[in-house]
Design a protein around this ligand. Structure first.
Ligand code: KG4
Ligand code: ZN
Length: 337
């Protein structure tokens, strides 16, 4: 079959990104303009500011992605764009741009689910990876265990009932006085601390559950910091980081292992910003080795938000016949599957 060139567009949070991917697997170009430095001043993403910056940057980002791939819009077969979940104003910028461009250039439009996009980052990294496999998507907004039965057939086996893993990282980092985004900061500080210094809770929920809950852990860290403050005892931020991180990772490792045992699937693909975490990678690698599982983890820059994963996912949606029209709308809490 003839190769298909997909232009991917991602604006669901604080990265303005465009990429050209060939047939879901080969990255030709990606241009990403990050807003992290802008939002850092406020300690987190300010939705209104995110939308405005997407609007300002997206035309340049798309042109540069085409230029870098040495093609024009005429060479593109389809445009894939994230339409949810995410910040609705931010999503609308990318979606409106993609719709206008698809209409004007008479290209097929494909709506991409952001979580499906994260999973597809693995297709770029591992050319031989094919469904079925288990996915653990851990990002700032999501913590999902999914069964990828086929490229377009993804079933959620478990998800967070409150905070996402990355959200917990960011909130704990904030109270420790680390800059946004907190995940990489905690990752670095944890390397200097003791993971068994403070006994934070591992919330497993009911027996056999594949759901997650991280808000209790976040409160436990806050309570610990408050009690130390009241007693005038200086806190060792490295120990708090390491102990908090180990509690998160114990739960993630335990639950994905349980999912593998339940489903008898021996292929596990991580994705999402938290999958860039060095300790998670270490623990997952050990767990996979102990159990004889195949483990897939995208390189850090494809764990966090990017348009390459959106373009890859869009190719498979196109192959499945899931194309959109001009009425496609942005959905902030778009369900998976
Ligand atoms: O996938 P992503 O870029 O955006 C969402 O879809 O949410 O993930 C961002 C999240 C943030 O919470 C950030 O703190 C976290 O991923 N993150 C990390 C690391 N790098 C990014 N968390 C832990 N360790 C890291 N190295
Ligand atoms: Zn994301």
């Amino acid at each position: 079959m003839k190769d298909k060139l997909i232009l991917g567009i991602e604006t669901s949070c604080d990265e303005t990104s465009a990429a050209i991917v060939k047939s879901g697997r080969t990255l030709l170009s990606e241009v990403t303009s990050t807003q992290i430095d802008i939002h850092r001043i406020y300690g987190g993403v300010v939705p209104e500011i995110a939308s405005r910056n997407h609007l300002q940057m997206l035309p340049y980002v798309v042109s540069e992605a085409l230029e870098k791939a040495d093609i024009t819009i005429d060479d593109i077969d389809a445009i894939g764009v994230t339409y949810g979940p995410g910040l609705v104003g931010a999503l609308l910028v990318g979606l409106s741009y993609a719709k206008a461009l698809a209409y004007a250039s008479k290209k097929t439009l494909i709506g991409v689910h952001h979580i499906k996009g994260h999973i597809a980052a693995n297709y770029l990294q591992y050319p031989d990876l094919e469904p079925p496999f288990l996915g653990l998507v851990v990002s700032g907004g999501h913590t999902n265990i999914v069964h990828v039965r086929d490229y377009c057939d993804i079933v959620t086996l478990g998800k967070t009932i409150d905070d996402a893993a990355g959200e917990a990282y960011d909130k704990v980092a904030r109270v420790l006085g680390f800059p946004y985004p907190g995940g990489p900061e905690i990752d670095a500080h944890a390397k200097l601390g003791k993971a068994d210094a403070i006994a934070f809770p591992r919330v497993m929920l009911e027996h056999g559950s594949l759901d997650f809950s991280f808000s209790g852990l976040k409160s436990a860290v806050l309570n610990y910091l408050n009690s130390m403050d009241m007693k005038n005892i200086e806190v060792n931020a490295d120990d708090v980081s390491a102990s908090f991180q180990e509690a998160v990772i114990d739960v993630l490792v335990e639950k994905i292992q349980l999912a593998a045992k339940k489903t008898h699937i021996k292929k596990i693909a991580l994705s999402g910003g938290v999958a860039a975490n060095s300790r998670l990678k270490e623990r997952m690698t050990q767990m996979a080795e102990d159990n004889g599982y195949m483990l897939y983890i995208p390189q850090p820059k494809y764990c966090t938000d990017n348009a390459s994963m959106i373009a890859s996912c869009a190719y498979y949606e196109l192959m499945c016949g899931n194309v959109a029209d001009i009425y496609l709308n942005a959905v902030a809490n778009l369900p998976l599957g």
